[in-house]
Design a binder for this molecule. Structure first.
Ligand SMILES: Cc1cc2nc3c(=O)[nH]c(=O)nc-3n(C[C@H](O)[C@H](O)[C@H](O)COP(=O)(O)O)c2cc1C
Length: 244
């Protein structure tokens, strides 16, 4: 079991955050959630920690990086730097859903919120699991392939030039020790389009976490660290739902 930092970005699939948190906890993991401002549009923080007092322990938002800023307070020597504290705490970083905007930021190194600061400060030996979710045309845009290939290159291995987007994902999952992509699935999306781009099922994401940690999973069966991982593009029992 591991300390899992769950990053959540501004995709409709962020409505699954309470379910994903619950399933990661059910699998025995200690989980904290770091959400972007846009992500907070899609779920109620109260669903993560019924007692408001506990929110800080479970959900971290950008304001937590700058305590008291609105009231004119300034940084005091010795104050914790939240994104560094989170990076120290976490053994695994999961970003689910990973929207197109944050994917681009990860690929380019922009660090303008707590989650992207964690990414920039991440210790390279620790695993990262990314579950993209976006509209079909966003997913099919050449930028997606370019950004995913950049993530692989930044993890130390350059994918072969001729690979298409799905080839890059397969190549990353086969070759990059610390980086795993849980591919999206085809669905009727919340925006009304039908096609690839919906976030993988929660079960597949939890299975990817467990696979990276070498924990046998009821969906994937036994597998070692960085083993075969979850099946790609497999819609779960809710596969017909409308969601990115
Ligand atoms: C209702 C709604 C749904 C959205 N769904 C997605 C989505 O599924 N995937 C995506 O990449 N962007 C989606 N977006 C756009 C992102 O929320 C937007 O790019 C935002 O700036 C992302 O910020 P973040 O990456 O900091 O979370 C959606 C926007 C809205 C208003």
């Amino acid at each position: 079991m591991a300390r899992v930092l769950l990053g959540v970005t501004g995709s409709v699939a962020a409505i699954r955050t309470p379910a994903l948190l619950a399933q990661l906890r059910h699998a025995g993991h200690d989980v904290k959630v770091v959400a972007t401002q846009a992500a907070l549009y899609f779920f109620d923080p109260a669903e993560l920690a019924p007692s408001g007092d506990q929110r800080r322990g479970v959900l971290i938002v950008d304001e937590d990086e700058w305590p008291g800023r609105a009231e004119g307070r300034r940084y005091q020597r010795g104050d914790p730097v939240v994104h560094i504290e989170l990076r120290r705490w976490a053994e695994v970083l999961v970003i689910a859903p990973l929207d197109a905007n944050t994917l681009a930021k990860l690929a380019c190194g922009l660090a303008d919120n707590c989650l992207t600061c964690v990414w920039r400060a991440w210790e390279s030996a620790r695993p990262v699991i990314l579950a993209p979710a976006m509209n079909t045309l966003m997913w099919e845009h050449p930028l997606t392939r370019r950004h995913l290939a950049q993530l692989a290159a930044d993890s130390g291995l350059e994918p072969p030039a001729g690979l298409d987007r799905d080839g890059v994902i397969a190549w990353i999952n086969a070759h990059c020790r610390r980086l795993r992509i849980v591919p999206p699935q085809a669905k009727a999306l919340a925006c009304g389009d039908v096609g690839m781009g919906a976030m993988a099922e929660v079960e597949a994401i939890v299975a990817a976490v467990n696979a990276d940690l070498g924990i046998p999973d009821r969906h994937t069966g036994p597998c070692g660290p960085f083993g075969k991982g979850p099946p790609a593009n497999v819609a779960g029992p809710n596969g017909a739902g409308q969601e990115q």
